[in-house]
Design a protein around this ligand. Structure first.
Ligand code: GUN
Length: 283
């Protein structure tokens, strides 16, 4: 078996730290609060939102889910965001993506005040990440959680060849910036990349986020590579698989499993960011 990266364990360790931070804040009279806006009835999104809410409750973080019908207008969502922006009990605002077609996600993300932008999608926070700003700002939780995993399994990224496949605002683009800030040499590949096989064969670290089952084979990557699989794909028979096929049973390569790799890290990191925002608001 390829060596599996234990995302659950690293996430649990992180949650122990978060729980202790929450206790300290509560002792000071500050209860961190997160609000999640969910528009429509996408089954996967409903599960993600429920998992986020459950994680918050377990850690002592207040959580509020605002579930709106799929036909909700953009104006209505903007009005909800304005109310949450003004509500001092709310430290973190998350609008679950994807949203129905009548809603412009960029406009929604820009309407959240940067100080409560727990996803790090507001242009001001994206800019801070790209500038590697040294003061505090929230950043996207999936790539940040991946950086926490890499810190355990490949702590020194300086000069490493990092390949990010997929350029979404949720994962690929912020991942590129975070690896760059850690002094890796980063390549961002996408559907028009022509020499992907060579890039894969050369990379020390690969982050795959394309949403295609078995898009990357472990037999195509280096013997000492670390591979992070962000994909969650449901096959026709109902099984969940990532974007990576583990066809190197006896190798020393490191791979995140699906499930149990990136997923638990994203949720734990979201809670970490919520607590950081609450602490920022208290000073
Ligand atoms: N949908 C899937 N992942 C995410 C995420 O990290 N944030 C938001 N807002 N929506 C998502």
């Amino acid at each position: 078996m390829t060596k599996l990266i234990d995302g659950k364990q690293v996430a649990n360790d992180l949650k122990v730290q978060i729980a202790s931070s929450v206790k300290k804040l509560i002792a000071l009279g500050i209860t961190p609060g997160i609000a999640v806006i969910l528009v429509g009835d996408d089954p996967a999104s409903q599960i993600y939102v429920r998992n986020k809410q459950r994680a918050a409750e377990k850690l002592g973080i207040d959580s509020e889910v605002i579930h709106l019908p799929a036909t909700t207008s953009e104006e209505k969502v903007l009005a909800k965001i304005a109310a949450l922006n003004a509500n001092p009990a709310i430290d973190a605002i998350l609008v679950q993506s994807p949203m129905p077609a009548q809603i412009d996600e960029n406009r929604i993300q820009s309407a959240i005040v940067p100080e409560k932008d727990v996803d790090g999608f507001h242009p001001q926070n994206v800019g801070a990440l790209f500038n590697n700003a040294q003061d505090y700002y929230p950043m996207a939780n999936t790539p940040r959680g991946i950086m926490t995993l890499l810190n355990e399994y490949m702590p020194n990224l300086v000069g490493k060849k990092a390949l990010v496949i997929g350029r979404s605002i949720l994962v690929g683009r912020p991942m590129m910036a975070m690896l760059n800030n850690a002094d890796a040499t980063v390549t961002l590949a996408h559907r028009h990349t022509t020499n992907l096989e060579q890039l894969i064969a050369d990379a020390d670290v690969i982050v795959v986020a394309v949403g295609k089952p078995h898009f990357l084979k472990m037999s195509d990557v280096k013997a000492d590579a670390v591979v992070i699989d962000v994909g969650i794909n449901r096959l026709a028979d109902g099984t969940l698989v990532g974007d990576v096929l583990d066809d190197m049973p006896d190798s020393e390569q490191l791979l995140t499993p699906v499930p149990g790799g990136v997923g638990p890290m994203t949720i734990a990191t979201l809670m970490q960011t919520t607590v950081e925002l609450a602490r920022q608001h208290s000073t």
